[in-house]
Design a protein around this ligand. Structure first.
Ligand code: ZN
Length: 456
């Protein structure tokens, strides 16, 4: 990267910040929660229209809002690059999670407000901040280089926070929308402010509903208790066997000793983010938090059916049910892990009880290849933009679109990054973005496109 191009891009990004702030203010003023029970559908439509207008103003060709199977509007567009140029898709989403109770906010959630150098509003970071950083990058590069040296496509989803799969279904039915050599999924962020971060690992998931039956009906605990095979007790014994005394998930045949190789998960941050009560410790044993949340499986009982306390009677349970949610590290096959969970529940339920299991969800994990030319270009771009080497992190939850991309565009490199950082408090009250993070992310994106396009 020539010094002058990097400096010119930095200057163009700096001078574009006032406009970026204005665009962010317009975007966050729209209550684009893709759930008509919470905010009117017109807000999402308006956000899609505004995103389409902004992309068009930034110079993207053929921008349009496309309805996806869940009824949301995805904004897409694509500009042809020079002959033989690499193809890059820049992804963001224009929907947000609900604001919740405005009383929990120090300033109005739908009004971009500066406080202590940060910009507050719902969506200011997740993901309208990323959308604005993308726009800023595109304008800066166009201004400095006279155009984009790559074939440039944008995808801006309208229902990401609903997990309703609209964008994934659209991509599967129209794969040309996501055709690329590099897919930049700008919907994550940095492990701490100023430390450029690539999210390279997402866990897969597979839940199982387990039902345990021991008798034809409940038995009186006075008459039969002590010898009656308690279905709830049997279920609890099976569930207890899913973890050891340190909280490690110990499903027969499923490895649980992997070590996370990327940036650590700060223990104090974990304690604060997970809102642990005084005296309660994270479950780590001899492992690190990052091992437990990104590199190893985790089985969690997320629902349990037994007699509610309001209907208590002196009876031994004849039947009890639970849903066990299993998270599996990227690289492990989620279906195989789910099968092991099912076998474990059958093997560890005592009293000869009848055990019935049903798989209720399944999603594969994602692991970025991380060693291709796009990753190398992004690492160079981040180093220049942030003055700091990029680190890698994981995410315990899944991003189904990232997994779908590995099937739809298997040759493409998928890069997960963004303006978020711990202080952004995404999804909670008082969400915010730091303008420096927005500026540096935009510069990194512009440098990345320049680098991929050979403008060095
Ligand atoms: Zn998001």
């Amino acid at each position: 990267m020539s010094v002058s191009l990097a400096e010119s891009l930095a200057a163009a990004v700096d001078s574009g910040m006032p406009r970026a702030r204005d665009e962010l203010a317009r975007l966050v003023a729209l209550r684009s929660v893709a759930n008509p029970a919470i905010e009117p559908t017109s807000e999402c439509r308006a956000a899609a229209m505004l995103a389409a207008t902004l992309f068009t103003e930034a110079g993207v060709d053929g921008v349009q809002a496309v309805e996806t199977p869940d009824g949301s509007l995805a904004v897409v567009g694509r500009s042809a690059g020079p002959a033989g140029a690499l193809r890059v898709v820049l992804y963001s989403h224009h929907d947000v999670v609900p604001a919740g109770d405005p009383a929990d906010w120090a300033t109005p959630p739908w009004e971009l407000t500066e406080r202590d150098g940060r910009w507050y509003a719902r969506g200011s970071a997740d993901c309208k901040g990323n959308l604005v950083a993308t726009l800023l990058a595109l304008r800066a590069l166009r201004e400095v280089a006279g155009g984009w040296p790559v074939e440039l496509a944008v995808v801006c989803e309208g229902s990401e926070e609903q997990s309703s799969g609209g964008m994934e279904a659209l991509a599967r039915s129209r794969p040309e929308l996501v055709a690329c050599d590099a897919f930049v999924l700008a919907d994550t962020g940095n492990v701490e402010r100023g430390v450029p971060t690539l999210t390279t690992s997402l866990r897969g998931t597979g839940s199982v509903l387990v039902t345990v039956r021991t008798m034809a009906g409940p038995a009186h605990s006075g008459t039969y208790g002590g010898a009656a095979p308690d279905a709830l007790q049997a279920l609890l014994a099976a569930l207890a066997s899913l973890r050891d005394e340190t909280g490690e998930t110990t499903i027969d045949g499923l490895g649980h000793d992997a070590v996370w190789e990327g940036a650590p998960f700060d223990a104090a941050r974990f304690r604060e983010d997970a809102a642990l009560l005084d005296g309660v410790e994270p479950l780590t044993g001899a492992a690190a938090i990052a091992d437990r949340v990104w590199a190893r499986p985790a089985a969690t009982v997320i629902a349990l059916d037994a007699t509610p306390i309001s209907q208590v009677t002196a009876a031994v349970h004849a039947e009890a049910r639970a849903v066990v949610n299993l998270r599996v590290p990227a690289g492990a096959d989620a279906k195989a892990a789910q099968d092991l969970l099912v076998a474990h529940l059958h093997a560890h339920t005592p009293y000869g009880a009848q055990v019935e299991t049903k798989a209720v969800s399944l999603g594969q994990g994602f692991r970025a290849r991380g060693d291709g030319p796009a990753y190398e270009a992004m690492r160079r771009a981040m180093r220049t933009a942030f003055g700091h080497d990029a680190v890698t992190t994981g995410q315990g939850g899944s991003i189904p679109l990232a997994v779908a991309l590995t099937e739809l565009v298997p040759e493409a490199e998928v890069l997960l990054l963004g303006v978020e950082e711990p202080a952004s408090r995404i999804h909670g009250p008082n969400e915010s973005v730091h303008p420096d993070e927005l500026r540096r992310t935009a510069l990194a994106l512009a440098l990345f496109l320049a680098d991929l396009g050979g403008l060095v």
